[in-house]
Design a protein around this ligand. Structure first.
Ligand SMILES: Cc1cc2nc3c(=O)[nH]c(=O)nc-3n(C[C@H](O)[C@H](O)[C@H](O)COP(=O)(O)O)c2cc1C
Length: 324
C-alpha cells in the first residue's frame, strides 16, 4: 500500500521553531518539518539561533528533521554528533541553497559544481555519521547536463532519502520546474525520492503523485505557508476558514511576542509571512501597505484587522510567486 505523505520544506526566516509548533498544533497531519539550515564549523557545531531552533523542548510533538549546510566533513560530523546527542535520528544535507554568499563558499547548490569533492565529502560522512542522512538537492548549477553525474555520485551512498528540487542554481526559485530532470531521477535512481517544487495546491500534489506513482513523499514550502491547511485539503478535508486563519495568525503574533524582545522583530516575522498570505484576501493592497509600514504592533493590528474585516477571504484563489 502506498504511503503518500506531505512534509513542510525549510524556509529560512519563516519556518523556525515557533512557526512550526503553532502550525503543528493547528494543522496536524504533515509527515515532517525540515528545519531551516544551520551552517556548522568544527569549533561551533551547533550554537546560537541554530541550537535554539532545534532544542527538543522547543520542538515537542513536532516531527523535525534538522538541516546542515556544509562542505567540510569534520564540521558536518561534529554537528551531526550534537544532533544525535539531542535525540535526532536523521540529518538533512542542504545542496540546494542558491544564495550568492553560500554558493561562493562552495556550499549549498555551490557544492554541486564540484562532484569529486562532493563524492569525497559523502564518502567521509557516510563512513562516520552517527545519524541517518537525507539530502535536499537541486539538479545542477548552470546546466541540466550536470544531473546524471550528480545522481551517479548520490547513488553510491545509502542516502535515506533524496529530496529533489528540480531547478538549477541559476533558476533560483523562478521559472517552470524542470520536470524531465525529476523524471530522469525516477528512471535512473534507486534511492527513495521526494519531490519538491511549486506544489501550490492539492491539485498540484495529486498531479505529482499521478505522474510519479513510485514517489510517495512530497515536500511543499511556499504553498504551505500560503495555505497552512494544504495538507488537510489534500486528505479531503475542509478548506481553510477565515476564523482558523485568524486564530493561527493571532497565535503566531502572541508566541513571537513571548520569545522576541520588543515589537520590531515580531513585526519583521509577521511582515514576511504576509508576502505569502496576501492573496488569501481580495484586493489586499491598501491594508497590506499599512501592515508593511507599521512601526509597532498597534499599527500592525489595525492593518491586519482591516484585512480580516473588510476583504473577502478567498483561500481557493491559490498562490503564485510574484512574477513567476
Ligand atoms: C525564503 C526562503 C527560504 C528558504 N530556506 C531554505 C533552507 O533553509 N533550506 C533549504 O533546503 N531550502 C530553503 N528554501 C527552499 C525551500 O525549502 C523549497 O525548496 C523551495 O521554496 C521550493 O519549494 P516550494 O515551491 O514548495 O516553495 C527556502 C526558500 C525560500 C523561498
Amino acid at each position: 500500500m502506498s504511503q503518500r505523505r506531505l512534509s513542510f520544506a525549510p524556509l529560512e526566516g519563516v519556518t523556525g521553531w515557533v512557526f512550526r509548533r503553532v502550525h503543528r498544533a493547528r494543522f496536524p497531519g504533515l509527515d515532517r518539518y525540515y528545519a531551516p539550515f544551520f551552517a556548522p564549523t568544527v569549533d561551533s557545531p551547533l550554537t546560537g539561533r541554530g541550537l535554539t531552533d532545534l532544542l527538543p523542548e522547543h520542538n515537542q510533538g513536532v516531527p523535525v528533521v534538522p538541516q546542515l549546510l556544509a562542505n567540510r566533513a569534520e564540521a558536518f560530523l561534529a554537528a551531526a554528533q550534537v544532533l544525535a546527542d539531542l535525540g535526532y535520528e536523521e540529518v538533512n544535507l542542504n545542496l540546494g541553497c542558491p544564495s550568492g554568499t553560500v554558493v561562493a563558499k562552495g556550499k549549498g547548490a555551490g557544492f554541486l559544481s564540484q562532484p569529486q569533492a562532493l563524492d569525497a565529502f559523502l564518502d567521509e560522512v557516510f563512513r562516520r555519521t552517527p545519524l541517518a542522512i537525507s539530502i535536499k538537492t537541486r539538479i545542477g548549477v548552470t546546466d541540466e547536463g550536470e544531473w546524471p553525474a550528480l545522481l551517479a555520485v548520490f547513488g553510491r551512498y545509502p542516502i535515506r532519502e533524496l529530496i529533489v528540487h528540480p531547478r538549477l542554481r541559476r533558476d533560483f526559485y523562478r521559472g517552470p520546474v524542470r520536470r524531465q530532470a525529476f523524471q530522469y531521477a525516477v528512471d535512473h535512481c534507486s534511492l527513495p525520492l521526494c519531490y519538491n517544487g511549486d506544489l501550490f495546491s492539492p491539485a498540484a500534489c495529486q498531479e505529482a503523485w499521478g505522474a510519479w506513482p513510485s514517489v510517495e513523499h512530497l515536500m511543499a514550502g511556499r504553498g504551505l505557508v500560503h495555505d497552512p491547511a494544504l495538507g488537510r485539503r489534500l486528505q479531503g478535508g475542509q478548506p481553510l476558514t477565515l476564523e482558523e486563519f485568524r486564530a493561527f495568525h493571532d497565535q503566531l503574533v502572541e508566541e513571537y511576542r513571548q520569545v522576541l524582545s520588543g515589537d520590531r522583530p515580531v513585526l519583521g516575522k509577521m511582515k514576511e509571512l504576509w508576502f505569502y498570505w496576501a492573496p488569501l484576501f481580495a484586493a489586499p493592497e491598501k491594508p497590506l501597505k499599512r501592515i508593511r509600514k507599521a512601526k509597532n504592533l498597534a499599527e500592525y493590528r489595525d492593518g491586519a484587522n482591516a484585512l480580516f474585516r473588510d476583504h473577502p477571504f478567498q483561500p481557493e484563489a491559490g498562490w503564485h510567486p510574484p512574477g513567476g
